[in-house]
Design a binder for this molecule. Sequence first.
Ligand code: BGC
Length: 908
Amino acid sequence: MNGTATGLRPYALRCDHRTTPLGIGGRTPFLSWRLAADDDAPRGTAPAAYRVEVTPDDDSHAGWDTGRVEDPEAIGVVYAGPALRPRTRYHWQVTVWTADGAEGRERSWFETGLDAGEWRASWIANDWTAVEVVDPPEEGERALDAHGLLPCPLLRREFSASTAPVRARLYVSARGLYEMRINGRRVGDGELTPGWTDYRHRVQYQTYDVTALVREGGNVLAATLADGWWSGYVGFEPRRPGAHYGGFPQFIAQLHLDYADGSSQVIGTDERWRTSDGPIRYADLLMGECHDARRAAGGWDEPGFDDRDWPAARVADTGTDTLVPSVDEPVRALGELPAAAVTRIGPEAHVVDFGQNFAGRVRLTVRAPRRGQRIVIRHAETLDDDGGLYTANLRTAAATDTLITGADTVVFEPRFTYHGFRYAEVTGLAELNPGDVTGVVLHSDTPRAGTFDCADPAIRRLHENITWGQRSNFVSVPTDCPQRDERLGWLADAQVFLPTACLGADVAAFFTKWMHDVRDAQGPDGGFSNVAPRLAGVADEGAPGWGDAGVLVPWHLYRVYGDERFLADSLDAMCAWVDFVHRHNPDLVWRHKVGPHFADWLSIGRPTPREVVATAYFAHSAELTARAARVLGGDQADRAERYSALARDVRAVFTARFAGPDGRIEGDTQTAYLLALAFDLLPDDLASHAARRLAALVEEAGPGLTTGFLGVGLIAPVLDRWGRADLVHALLRRTRRPSWLYPLRHGATTIWERWDGYTEEHGFQAPAMNSFNHYALGSIGEWLYQGLAGLDQAPASVAYRELVVRPRPFDGEPFWAEAAYDSARGRIAVRWRQDDDGFRLDVTVPPGATATVHVPGDDHAAVREGEHPAGESPGVEFVGIETAATGGKTLVYRVESGDYRFFARRTG
Ligand code: BGC
């Protein structure tokens, strides 16, 4: 709803970075908004003040009103009103005024969850003694035997409602995975809920508005459970392949019904629930799912089903201390891929190509089957030379789904597993119609934020591959890969990819949740881990660049989203990590407590010395910790001083130990220079030498890159910052191995784990470690937006307050590129085209932001903006000419918010 006015419109209202969340836990949520200018608003229309009003749904208690706050930079406010009550909906509205008094307004709401003390439910589980575990040894069930997986329990409880409730809320979670139904209808659309956390510390519960599902009279609550991350297979550790947190799934739910007469009713999980096994004979994230339709207990999730034979559920635990409300959106089915091709490979065997590597599963329609027909779906990222599935790189992940049909047509889609694949082999069907198979794309619901496109179809495809890599690997936690027996929240992978991820999607809530995982995984000595959620026995002690994600990630999130709580929530953990490294390395060269030191993982050729990598990260983490403390100010000021001094000292030691007088860095590798330059470790004179040496190494290599995971995300920004966008262009367009475009030659639709995952000479890399869907090397995505398209914020800017628009056109070549990004402040767009006429640059700057715009060239007189010479155009100020290290010149303009169309006529 808009207010009276013209000027500005608040939109995209968020509470804790989510749209109208149900069941929030924090008592001081962050309420934020973005701004758009009305079409007729003049340039430079900017916010001057805001007011936020929060009122409870039922007027039962006082709300909160900030009153008018003069703050032109605000994009949100942390709630500071009277204590929020549990299970209460709050409406809120924000009003924004421009300096000349025009106002815009928008409303939204959020709802609080259960207070921790309100749980009346217990964790319940199947009575395993009553379950027939081993099926007849038919082929499909052998997997069950081999992997020791148990059938998925069904749980049900009937209850009666005196009348239809005016409000019904269901609070629900599982140790394992759950799918919930009321009266036969699915509750919510989350998948793989409640998601993965270190369940020993925290189990997220979800809140659902089920008012429309509960009716007067008989009702039934029905749940299906699966092992998931709790008791299923996770990771690769042969000594501990599964059951990391528990031995069998458990379930907890509490339904609150409010009636019109003011009365209420609460139904929780207890031994009054009944349980049985059902058609899902097993379901596992790595192994797959087996569904025996012959065992379907028709109507079990509807009232009136005869469950007298079902044993009572067993109370497994009554402790609810670990339950916390979800802070992120769940995984959802967020896309569908039709079959691009179906190829018959045998009498009852077909291979389906979905045309895209992704994470998800197959939905298959089987029409009028024979009873007991066994249909097996196997998954693979790629094919071998004979056109069959190449599954060696999945390692022990069976990634096989089985359907045993009843007599009826069935639409089969496994519910408690997912796979990373492009190809599916379907056996057991004589005919397979392309229309009967669909790829269902699953990932954590992180709304798309950015778009990028450019004239070069290969670079466009690279960007698509990066986007698919992100989708496939943001599945409850940021994983390294979606296909093999791993799928872990590796910290370095996440930190190197984060800048790209933030441009691709709104990941604020997703990473809020994961930072809880990272902090949960921190040891009592301050050491961060390598993976989060932590898995007992998997590479516990954080390696340089891995553990440091605990510092780098919150800092970057703060810069992108402007929410200081990213820093406040992590500052103690950041300090503890830096102290930990410092304590064990008092001479400031980080050699002790380096965990499994992965160095510049998967780099090419000469390795970067381990101490160089580690000490660079030590300095950087100390520096960012100091900055975080400085932002928070107040009683953190001392810490800012302390860590800033430490960072200075580590930088000095780095320079003294590893840098020569000519700027050469020990190891003389690309990544050694990249770390030193990206983290500003060297004094200015040495830095320029080091930058030249870096450029020389890149040139000597082809131009080419030799970077691994830690170096790869830095190479474009660093070369560019030192005036060598030309080299970045060369690296970007290179198609020989190693390069970003090389995998495209082999049909890549995602980013490969390794530069040489497949080569003409040797075929597939060793299957022990060869994922075709790892995002780390896709961290070049950041530069596609910030460099090639030119959409960036200034180094000291937060939440895109000060934009820098500086396209990096290829030297003299006709080209175009564009990027748009829904920032925390509003929508930013950049589009440029270089052709024979000259250079065109369209820019949209959101209200409240300003931009420095660079137009290539040095002839200010040849530049127009819209209808005017650029210097006379309203809202545009000419600043001067900037010369890059390599001589390229740009005309620099300052602009306020609004839409601009620059055109630099080609001269000379
Ligand atoms: C993972 C990586 C991870 C690495 C640690 C691998 O198995 O797939 O992406 O960062 O181990 O070096």
